[in-house]
Design a protein around this ligand. Structure first.
Ligand SMILES: Cc1cc2nc3c(=O)[nH]c(=O)nc-3n(C[C@H](O)[C@H](O)[C@H](O)COP(=O)(O)OP(=O)(O)OC[C@H]3O[C@@H](n4cnc5c(N)ncnc54)[C@H](O)[C@@H]3O)c2cc1C
Length: 283
């Protein structure tokens, strides 16, 4: 419950929403409201509801896919342009984010803003060639990796995320997503995503990300560098992992110890990379 809210805005223009949020003390955007209402902050005095803004569209184009910030998580799973995109890893990640009821309510923007260290959607978007569009109130388009790195600063200045844009690869490609949770449908404790494009039978580009093994989902750049343009074998992947895992600083919590998280990261990254490679070769 939001007991102390005194002002409720429901703008119909995107720029207006940003100005309202930035000029009101203790204001917050309301996407689906799942997280905000559950938190029930007594500090919150102004809400800027985003549901009347034209930001809920999912649209596939020749060059890429636009996913509006107020598109729901279930919308990403159901929409024909996103459900099978990149071997279905985007839809798979949306599925692991929440239960069905919360997926109908929760939006892409709200989910990315409150995403925890093991957030599956953030992990998958890190390996896809994606960018985030936001208004502060000027329009900015930044690579998804930069959005993740500077997210806390962007939240403090109350920028409005308007969409995620995912470019379509020009080459043959394949992807895989691997998860371990307390039960098969639960949120991940650790997850890993891999995305490979192929040229002349070799990985031209290889992107690997892990969630739940560091303060935020992270790309394993050193490991990617070692595997690029190599014929991938299990031995090579295991060898590159010894370097890749040194990039991570895992943490302990009630879901798993740091040691467990690192061990799972090793297993899941290996499976994701080899799984994506197998698919790429068969494609
Ligand atoms: C009890 C409960 C606890 C939860 N705790 C967590 C948690 O700790 N971590 C987690 O990842 N998920 C948590 N969730 C899951 C949450 O439901 C999902 O993350 C959900 O998808 C959030 O999306 P939303 O649109 O409902 O977000 P909202 O509640 O509408 O917004 C969440 C935050 O994002 C901001 N925001 C929303 N849209 C935008 C936008 N377009 N641009 C900029 N800022 C925006 C809001 O101002 C707010 O700060 C929880 C859910 C429940 C019910």
């Amino acid at each position: 419950m939001l007991r102390n809210v005194k002002t409720y805005y429901r703008p119909t223009r995107i720029e207006e929403a940003v100005i309202l949020a930035q000029s009101s003390p203790n204001a917050v955007y309301l996407g689906g409201g799942a997280w905000t209402v559950a938190q029930g902050s007594t500090q919150l005095e102004t809400v800027v509801d985003l549901q009347s803004l034209p930001l809920n569209e999912i649209k596939g184009e020749l060059e890429g896919i636009q996913i509006g910030a107020t598109a729901t998580l279930q919308g990403i799973i159901d929409h024909p342009d996103t459900c099978a995109f990149a071997d279905g890893i985007l839809a798979q990640a949306a599925m692991y984010t929440q239960s069905r009821n919360l997926r109908e309510q929760g939006t892409l923007g709200g989910t990315l803003i409150v995403a925890g260290p093991a957030d599956p959607l953030t992990t998958v978007l890190l390996v896809l060639d994606s960018e985030v569009h936001y208004l502060d109130p000027a329009l900015h388009k930044v690579p998804f990796t930069s959005f993740v790195a500077y997210r806390d600063r962007l939240i403090n200045t109350r920028v409005l995320v308007t969409q995620v844009y995912i470019k379509r690869p020009k080459r043959r490609h394949a992807a895989a997503f691997e998860v371990v949770g307390r039960s098969p449908k639960d949120k991940p404790i650790v997850c890993a995503a891999a995305y490979i494009t192929v040229e002349e039978g070799l990985p031209a580009e290889i992107c690997i990300a892990v969630g739940g093994a560091d303060a935020r989902p992270a790309r394993l750049h050193k490991m990617e560098h070692l595997l690029k343009r190599q014929l991938l074998t299990e031995e090579k992947v295991v060898q590159a992992l010894t370097v890749g895992l040194t990039q991570l600083t895992p943490f302990d919590d009630f879901r798993g110890s740091a040691e467990y998280r690192l061990a799972m990261a090793e297993v899941l990254v290996r499976r994701a990379v080899l799984g994506a490679w197998e698919r790429a070769r068969r494609a």
